[in-house]
Design a protein around this ligand. Structure first.
Ligand SMILES: NC(=O)c1ccc[n+]([C@@H]2O[C@H](COP(=O)([O-])OP(=O)(O)OC[C@H]3O[C@@H](n4cnc5c(N)ncnc54)[C@H](OP(=O)(O)O)[C@@H]3O)[C@@H](O)[C@H]2O)c1
Length: 258
């Protein structure tokens, strides 16, 4: 029996997550089993799954509601039969940018929501993935975080975003240490996808300079055609996953990874 490749992708209703879901279905065809997690569903993914002969299911879940996440993870993983899986990739991709602006102007509730989505959810979902698949020793298990260059470099007005992405990078490194390098370990990586032409970039360009001082640079990147298309970023991420050359717990940037 030819075994399947399973993928759980959060934030796959648009942008990088949607492009990655389409890419893996295109590549793996009928061997792809993809589960998408977001608050809204993408009609384009249904079409892509039908064209590729892939299995697709979408769970409409708000990952900001942290109390429910362990149960969501259990239900999502119940979609897969470990006997039929060669690999299972869990991709924590969903993320938000707001609130932007100097930290003294940030609303505490908005900060809490940001951290719930960008940092707490990846922590809880990573833990649930590791815990609920502990007996799936024959499956190659991979845990992927979509991080950002902003996790390494400070930007005026992005205190929440830079901090949550730095947190995700460190989460990945800690999980790497905890999991070690046994064959049955969950291997993890944190990937910065470059500057990608998605709704998030539109939101950045729509900010004013008082809230985000570098807005002009991002407008210039768009105008000069320097942004990656979501399909290009997704193809590079899929290549990193396929090659599987990164070390346990690595933090990489697809712009410099070779
Ligand atoms: N675009 C870039 O230049 C860039 C650069 C570096 C890093 N990144 C990172 O790449 C990832 C994807 O970004 P993107 O540019 O593709 O953003 P995007 O187009 O805004 O898409 C964000 C995705 O996250 C989902 N999401 C947001 N809040 C959610 C919630 N509470 N529960 C469930 N899903 C939620 C959205 O789905 P729903 O709204 O349907 O829930 C959507 O599918 C993010 O982690 C981002 O930080 C992006």
């Amino acid at each position: 029996m030819t075994k399947m490749n399973g993928y759980v992708i959060t934030g796959a209703s648009r942008g990088i997550g949607e492009a990655l879901a389409r890419k893996v279905m295109e590549t793996d065809g009928s061997l792809a089993h993809v589960v998408c997690v977001s608050r809204t569903a993408s009609g384009r993914l249904e079409e892509a799954a039908a064209a590729a002969g892939a299995r697709l299911k979408t769970f409409q879940c708000d990952i900001g509601r942290y109390e429910e996440l362990d149960e969501w993870a259990r239900r999502i993983l119940a979609e897969f039969d470990p006997e039929r899986l060669q690999s299972l990739y869990w991709v924590n991709n969903a993320g938000v940018l707001e609130p932007m602006g100097p930290i003294e102007q940030a609303d505490p509730a908005a900060l809490a929501e940001h951290l719930h989505i960008n940092l707490l959810a990846p922590m809880i979902l990573s833990g649930a993935f590791i815990r609920h698949t502990v007996e799936w020793t024959q499956v190659r298990k991979r845990l992927v975080h979509i991080s950002s260059g902003a996790g390494k470099k400070p930007y005026y007005g992005w205190g929440a975003y830079c901090a949550s992405k730095a947190g995700v990078d460190m989460l990945s490194r800690c999980i790497g240490v905890e999991q070690g390098t046994d064959d049955s370990a969950v291997k993890t990586v944190s990937i910065a996808p470059g500057v990608v032409d998605t709704a998030m970039q539109e939101q950045i360009r729509g900010t004013n300079e008082e809230m985000f001082r570098d807005v002009g640079r991002f407008i210039e990147l768009k105008n000069s055609g320097a942004l990656f298309a979501p399909e290009e970023a997704a193809a590079r991420i899929a290549q990193v996953l396929r090659e599987d050359r990164y070390a346990q717990g690595d933090v990489i940037d697809i712009r410099t990874y070779s």
